[in-house]
Design a protein around this ligand. Structure first.
Ligand code: DGJ
Length: 669
């Protein structure tokens, strides 16, 4: 059984690891429980969470390893460790791909069966062990409109599970872990992993009697059952793992890896455009004339992409009808979308549209024709949520219908962006067209179906930009990153909540993909936030505007166009730069974020509430060249300081009263 010898900072001399007695106690069979196994099986003499559970035809339910063999892929970077069963013709293949440039290890697993069909109840992507105890783990708690609330969990006893049973990544937590022992932004060992999966996942962190931490990550085994017939393999989702000194370093590794390796290659190097989206302005009440007017206002501000959200398609006047029929509503758009698209393009903008492909309203032509295409149980009224059912994306006719409908929509209209939404969690994973004995595989097949559809659309339209949204941030993960260019992290656009959501999102996920809009939707907390503060918060990510521009005063429109102009100037630093979280409202008066790209730096500083007349706040920058000279403007003064000065002594930020904010740009002189 391959055991994990070490996980941590680089130790160059591999010979040091030859003698494992230095690393671990002698292995006694009755203590299998304590072995740091690379991939454990249910059964045997371990009474802990294990990486796989395979049911053989004769009732045996454990996998017993013969000595492992290995293969090295021709790329020289991928190792496959092959674990053979002692008796049954079945292999567990553990893959390790090194991304040396990014200091990231990609892991995944395959179970390949050469014999009578087996059933897999659990197949984790990877297992990890850390010696000793005293660990904590960072993840999130959340819900719709309150995603990414960072929490610290103490792992000193029992086990901690982060999972989703929603059929999608979900709002509650993220398929990630960052285990540490009191690390902070700048220092401290962090062992992290991010699972590339947008469905039911499970991350288990189990303290084994104070002896070690057992970490498992993969598809959730709740209601999961996969049959592997003779000659077939099952492949688990990939996982990206690493070690970093401090949370800042962890974010840098994951951000760079996401930008350069994971994001769709055709679009990843392009800056994301400033978009306008009318959802908060009009909701479902979309119409041609009002959209023409909004487009004119948006173009005058400098918007580059004009997006019509939900409400544009046939029968869609509220959430009760239309999903599934992806054609423009003839009443709202009597001549189709083309006149609006031409108008938008003449104004110098690109055109984008909202879709929700996985869903169908009972009130739609699609449902009337194919009521059997939804996920449902027999003898039960299908459960409705937001007036919609989920289509079974594992069915080829459903895939074909959706691809044809969306492909034609893109061919017939010059659409360069899609916001792909998903507004209900999955339930009743059954289908009239699929044999009941395979229903428990549908959870996973549904996720694969989403990837397949998104992948086919991308291949047919390589320049298409796509945003992943699931009632806000319900589909933010490292697999969605490979099909979508950007995420909608939350429907909550309250600037104060957004600062926290954005800060925590940035721990694992890249800023470039973080859409952020200026809106006047203050319903979440009932507080009105000045435009400048709201604009500065939205400028910290990929800027969007969600205001009802037809109601805005000329003065506010003027300010908006200035913010957009400034954003375009600093956008490459924000979208492609290195992020430093300098201060947070969670532990101080100010919230300060800094981005560095080459010789350019931009700093955002926020003060929500002034106290006792205080006007000056000192802040030390990070990630600068100590001996370089940086010039910047502050309070109308042109200043030049060395990187060392700015990092050690810092600058004095002039912030005063309530809702104050500053953007300061620095450049090496
Ligand atoms: C939920 C999304 O999060 C919103 O941004 C919006 O697109 C609505 N759905 C539309 O139904």
């Amino acid at each position: 059984m391959p055991l994990n010898a070490y996980w941590g900072p680089l130790v160059e001399r591999s010979e040091d690891f030859a003698d494992t007695s230095f690393l671990m106690e002698p292995l006694a069979i009755p203590e299998q429980q304590f072995w740091p196994e690379e991939y454990s099986s249910f059964g045997g003499l371990h009474f802990k969470e294990t990486a796989c559970k395979i049911n053989f035809f004769d009732g045996t339910r454990d996998f017993r390893w013969a000595p492992a063999t290995y293969e090295l892929a021709p790329d020289g970077n991928t190792l496959c460790l092959i674990l053979h069963d002692l008796y049954y013709p079945i292999d567990v293949r553990l893959y390790y791909r090194l991304h040396t440039e990014y200091d990231i290890l990609e892991r995944w697993c395959q179970i390949c069966n050469q014999g009578t069909a087996v059933q897999v109840e659990r197949c984790c992507s990877a297992q990890f062990s850390l010696p000793g105890t005293g660990y904590q783990c960072v993840n999130f708690t959340g819900r719709w409109s309150g995603e990414f609330q960072q929490r610290e969990v103490n792992l000193s006893c029992g086990k901690q599970i982060f999972d989703s049973l929603c059929g999608v990544t979900g709002h509650q937590c993220s398929p990630v872990f960052a285990v540490h022992r009191g690390a902070n932004e700048d220092h401290g060992s962090i062992w992290f992993g991010a699972l590339a999966y947008s469905g039911n996942f499970k991350i288990i962190l189990e303290n084994i009697c104070g002896h070690m931490l057992n970490i498992l990550a993969g598809i959730s085994d709740t209601d999961f059952l996969w049959t592997i017939s003779e000659g077939e393999c099952f492949e688990a989702p990939h996982l990206y793992a690493g070690y970093a000194d401090g949370f800042s370093a962890m974010s840098h590794l994951l951000h760079r890896f996401s930008l350069n390796w994971l994001l769709p290659a055709e679009t990843s190097h392009k800056t994301l455009p400033v978009l306008y989206n009318s959802w908060y302005a009009t909701e479902f009440g979309v119409d041609d004339i009002q959209q023409h007017l909004l487009a004119e206002k948006a173009a005058a501000l400098g918007v580059e992409l004009f997006v019509v959200d939900d409400g544009w398609f046939k029968g869609r006047t509220d959430s009760s009808a239309g999903l599934g029929d992806w054609i423009p509503d003839p009443q709202k758009f009597p001549c189709g979308l083309s006149p609006l698209i031409h108008h938008v393009q003449l104004l110098g903008m690109r055109f984008g549209l909202w879709i929700e492909p996985e869903m169908v309203n009972p009130e739609s032509q699609l449902y009337h024709l194919h009521p059997d295409w939804i996920l449902q149980y027999p003898n039960r009224e299908p459960l409705m949520w937001r007036n919609q059912y989920i289509l079974n994306l594992a069915l080829s006719p459903v895939q074909d219908y959706l691809f044809t409908a969306l492909h034609s929509l893109l061919l017939e209209n010059d659409i360069s962006y899609l916001k792909w939404d998903m507004n209900r969690y999955a339930a009743e994973i059954g289908s009239r067209n699929v044999k009941p004995e395979t229903w428990r595989s549908l959870w996973h097949k549904q996720v694969v179906g989403v990837y397949e559809l998104a992948g086919k659309l991308r291949s047919a339209h390589p320049q298409l930009e796509m945003e992943a949204c699931a009632s806000g941030g319900g589909r933010v993960d490292f697999s969605a990153l490979q099909y979508f260019d950007e995420f909608w992290p939350s429907d909550n656009t309250d600037p104060l909540d957004r600062l926290a959501i954005q800060q925590h999102y940035s721990l694992f996920y890249p800023i470039k993909c973080m859409r952020s809009w200026i809106t006047d939707d203050f319903a979440f907390n009932g507080r009105r936030v000045p435009l400048r503060f709201a604009a500065h918060v939205a400028m910290c990510g990929a800027l969007g505007i969600g205001l009802d521009l037809n109601q805005e005063t000329p003065e506010r429109l003027r300010s908006l166009s200035q913010y957009i102009e400034q954003y375009k100037r600093i956008r490459p630093i924000i979208q492609f730069g290195t992020l430093y979280r300098l201060n947070s409202f969670e532990n101080t008066d100010t919230h300060i974020i800094q981005y560095v790209l080459g010789n350019r730096i931009v700093l955002f500083a926020f003060l929500q509430k002034g106290h006792y007349g205080r006007k000056l706040y000192r802040c030390c920058l990070k990630g600068l060249e100590p001996s370089s000279l940086y010039c910047f403007d502050t309070g109308g003064h042109h200043v030049v300081k060395s990187g060392a000065y700015l990092m050690q002594c810092g600058i004095l930020l002039n912030l005063h009263g309530d809702w104050d904010s500053r953007i300061i740009e620095f450049e090496i002189s």
